[in-house]
Write a protein that binds this ligand. Structure first.
Ligand code: SF4
Ligand code: SF4
Length: 64
């Protein structure tokens, strides 16, 4: 099982990660211009698709 988290202070708001997530647990906040984990963070499959598209290194996944 994996847990995903996004560091808002590091996110540059490129809005690439939400669409990359096959689990559908990432979303983009249009007001804050930041991405966030909108679903159950433990539904992360550990595929690393979001990490691949994120150039800022704001996303961390941890195996638990
Ligand atoms: S690692 Fe994969 S399943 Fe997990 S949040 Fe990123 S894109 Fe979604
Ligand atoms: S890919 Fe990274 S920088 Fe872009 S919106 Fe997602 S967390 Fe932020």
């Amino acid at each position: 099982m994996f847990i995903v988290s996004i560091d808002e202070d590091v996110c540059t708001g490129c809005d690439l990660c939400a669409d990359s997530c096959p689990a559908g647990i990432l979303a983009f906040d249009e007001e804050k211009k930041k991405s966030y984990v909108s679903g159950d963070e433990t539904e992360c499959m550990g595929c690393e698709a979001c990490i691949t598209v994120c150039e800022s290194g704001a996303i961390t996944i941890m195996e638990i």
